[in-house]
Design a protein around this ligand. Structure first.
Ligand code: SF4
Length: 339
């Protein structure tokens, strides 16, 4: 798909666009809506980077720095496994005080304490941070992740790929080309990952389309992305100071266009944490097929205003999906169906 063709999709009427996206979604998944039982663990909020959209890192608007110990992280994963969680999703800020080995010792400790849990950890931004700080190649960081038990990589750190905009909102953090290169290297190891896009801040529709097309091109090459997650910018406690969030129509259009442009990525996730449960359910009719998971506890989006701190029960998740007219399907982290 060409840039102009993709951009013109925004001119379509919302329900026509939704119908087009829904056709692709139903061809892939019928009326299934996926979720998983997962536990988010955000080990630290002390960060050397200064992304303007971030409400999570410790700074003068959020003056509550914290670091979890390796024992705490492992115990949290073990307790989550006992409650039925299938995945530990571990991402955090770029904290130099922890040291390089801390990361790999933490992952190994999680695997020891919760051997059946799928470990999804380390955004490409974290990989680049370790590479930059400790003078390792991306390959070396990725190999150490695998050796310490990381199973798959999460979607974060992609933000928006346009280089000029990136300099404006998250200067210093992983560059777009490096984000893509890290995922390509991960896919070359036969591993899966997810991709994301932060939207609803100062970007234009053209920036979003450019972002989607760069992901589409990499997916054509590697086939390694399981899911794409359009992440809605949260307005609170950050330095972008944009009070107005996008309206539901623009959000749903962006999700539908993601489904159409990324028709080579199997899953589109409506991440309920940022969208709210209600809008995430509506999004299932506009191309999305996944709600993410029960979460249990979440610190990153909730620090920026999302009402997600405590997660949801599995029963509520299943009931909501069924009441919306879909079939709830529990999945594992790489989209094998569990029940
Ligand atoms: S988004 Fe991540 S890298 Fe950027 S300031 Fe926040 S915690 Fe640090």
């Amino acid at each position: 798909m060409q840039f102009e063709e993709a951009l013109k999709l925004y001119d379509l009427e919302l329900f026509d666009l939704g119908a087009r996206a829904d056709k692709i979604r139903r061809a892939y998944h019928g009326d299934k809506v996926f979720y998983n039982r997962n536990r988010h663990i955000n080990p630290t909020n002390i960060c050397v980077d200064h992304c303007k959209f971030c409400g999570f890192s410790a700074h003068r608007k959020n003056p509550n720095p914290y670091e979890m110990s390796i024992a705490e992280i492992a115990q949290t994963a073990a307790e989550a496994q006992k409650r039925g969680a299938k995945e530990a999703h571990i991402v955090g800020a770029h904290n130099k005080r922890l040291g390089l080995d801390w990361y790999f010792e933490a992952f190994a400790a999680v695997k020891k304490a919760a051997p059946n849990i799928h470990l999804k950890a380390m955004t490409a931004a974290e990989v680049e941070f370790l590479s930059r700080t400790y003078h390792l190649s991306f390959d070396e960081v990725l190999d150490r992740m695998i050796a310490s038990g990381v199973d798959s990589m999460p979607a974060g750190g992609a933000e928006i790929f346009d280089e000029e905009l990136r300099r404006e909102i998250c200067d210093g953090k992983v560059k777009s080309a490096d984000w893509l290169a890290i995922h390509e290297l991960w896919h070359k190891r036969g591993r899966k990952s997810n991709a994301s896009m932060l939207f609803g801040h100062i970007e234009t529709r053209a920036h979003r389309v450019d972002h989607l097309l760069r992901l589409r091109a990499l997916q054509e090459k590697t086939g390694g992305f399981n899911a794409f997650i359009p992440l809605l910018y949260q307005t609170k406690n950050n330095f972008l100071e944009i009070d107005k969030t996008l309206d539901a129509e623009e959000i749903l259009k962006t999700i539908a266009i993601s489904r159409i442009v990324l028709d080579n990525v199997p899953h589109i996730k409506a991440y309920w944490v940022g969208l709210t449960l209600n809008l995430a359910l509506v999004a299932q009719e506009f191309g999305a097929d996944d709600m993410d998971g029960t979460i249990e506890r979440e610190s990153i989006n909730s620090a920026a205003g999302a009402a997600s701190k405590e997660g949801v029960s599995e029963k509520l998740m299943r009931d909501l999906i069924a009441n919306a007219g879909f079939t709830p399907i529990e999945r594992d982290s790489v989209y094998n169906e569990i029940g």
